[in-house]
Design a protein around this ligand. Structure first.
Ligand code: FE2
Length: 415
């Protein structure tokens, strides 16, 4: 039995100790008694691990190297460049990229990742590689895989069969990209078939939905209606929904009522969409974000995600969810301290809810002893300072622990 003491646990002011036995929290509270090993966390902030619920592990680093830059900076050039590149992709290449991407995320305190995996490939090379990685790394990271038809459910010949095959092979989630189909009707029909497939296989749904600035893009409305009718909203996530950030207010007000009924979830990718959207605007330029605060106030779950690391769509990114959170709360106008104090939800519990892992997630008795320690004493200070993760603990054992940054040389003024 081991005990972590002097912990400032996010959202739990009344507790400062965590007792761990056999990889699980045995108790969380105060004065929890003796233990074989006592670890002093020195009043540092403790969070449940970061969750990155939207990433593309098969694309990571594809944008590096000469001639690989996305010149226009648009989503559509990214898809075209990927389509050309992936013809030479091998399972080993995907595995290497994914391993490096996961290593980066885990070293920043992430322990839960949902990765989309392109299945518009007759060989399903990426899915085969990622299914092995999911199993191989399960002690380190909880990985969910989305069967994602990047080149279109209808635009890519055979995508429907490939998506079903990927679900047969063990993919956790059915994906889609209706705004990339050739007409509204094609996009809407793709959603209908994807929802039916998800229900048939009893898997979650995560759609790249309205990732554009067109205020009249309406696939979110279609997806929401389909899952509302089947009472499937809680298992469904609309990723991006950038256009909903540009929608007319009266339309948005109507939709908010329907989202409340369906309980559909949302994922926003702040850095990615700030980068990709607004490309056809002169000035003013739109931010690319969906209505994050309004959806949360509406009672829907919204989580932030990284989306890309140095791929054809986005040249930056390193799996650091603090960077995503920092950008996201600026773009979403988080200004009041009460909002900032709760902002870690966007990269922790909300992502866990989207991934439907919340029964095994959180600093509570009988759950896996998974948590991270930040170089800060409270949530506001951590976010303002963009605090580093100093330790990540999974099943009661350290994945890593590191010392805070210190100066080798310091002027008297800085001492
Ligand atoms: Fe994506």
């Amino acid at each position: 039995m081991k005990k972590f003491i002097n912990a400032r646990i996010y959202g739990q002011d009344e507790a400062d100790e965590m007792l761990v036995e056999d990889g699980n929290f045995k108790a969380v509270g105060k004065n929890l008694g003796d233990a074989d090993e006592v670890i002093d966390l020195e009043n540092q902030l403790v969070l449940s691990p970061y969750v990155d619920p939207h990433l593309h592990l098969d694309y990571i680093f594809s944008g590096l190297g000469e001639g690989n830059a996305n010149i226009s900076g648009t989503l559509f050039e990214g898809i075209q460049r990927w389509s050309d590149n992936k013809k030479t992709l091998t399972k080993e290449m995907v595995r290497e990229r994914a391993m490096e991407g996961i290593r980066k995320e885990v070293s920043h305190g992430v322990q839960y990742i949902r990765s989309h995996v392109d299945i518009t490939d007759p060989e399903l090379t990426g899915m085969k590689a990622l299914l092995e990685v999911r199993e191989e790394l399960k002690e380190v990271v909880t990985l969910q895989l989305v069967a994602f038809p990047q080149e279109g459910f209808f635009r890519f010949e055979g995508a429907e069969e490939l998506l079903e095959k990927a679900l047969d092979m063990g993919a956790d989630v059915a994906g889609g990209i209706p705004h990339f189909e050739i007409s509204y009707e094609h996009g809407a029909e793709s959603l209908k078939r994807i929802v039916d497939l998800a229900v048939k296989y009893d898997v979650m749904i995560d759609i790249h939905c309205d990732e554009n600035d067109d205020p009249n893009s309406r696939f979110l409305e279609v997806l929401n209606a389909l899952v509302m009718e089947k009472d499937y909203g809680q298992k469904t996530t609309a990723s991006h929904t950038c256009s909903f950030g540009s929608a007319d207010n009266s339309y948005a007000a109507k939709m908010m009522g329907l989202f409340k009924e369906s309980n559909i979830n949302f994922i926003s990718c702040p850095t990615e969409n700030a980068h990709l959207q607004g490309r056809t605007d002169s000035y003013p330029k739109r931010r690319g974000l969906t209505r994050v605060k309004e959806l949360l106030e509406n009672g829907n779950t919204v989580a932030f995600a990284q989306d890309s690391i140095a791929d054809y769509w986005y040249p930056l990114g390193n799996g650091n969810m603090m960077n995503i959170l920092d950008n996201g709360i600026h773009l979403a106008h988080y200004t009041h301290i009460d909002e900032i104090n709760k902002a870690f939800d966007l990269v922790t519990i909300n992502g866990a809810k989207v991934m439907q892992v919340e029964e095994q997630y959180g600093i509570e008795s009988d759950k896996p002893a998974n948590f991270i320690v930040l170089d800060a004493n409270d949530a506001y200070g951590a976010i303002r300072e963009r605090a580093d993760v100093l330790a990540s603990v999974r099943n009661g054992e350290y994945l890593f622990k590191r010392a805070p940054k210190t100066n080798e040389i310091a002027h008297d003024f800085l001492k």
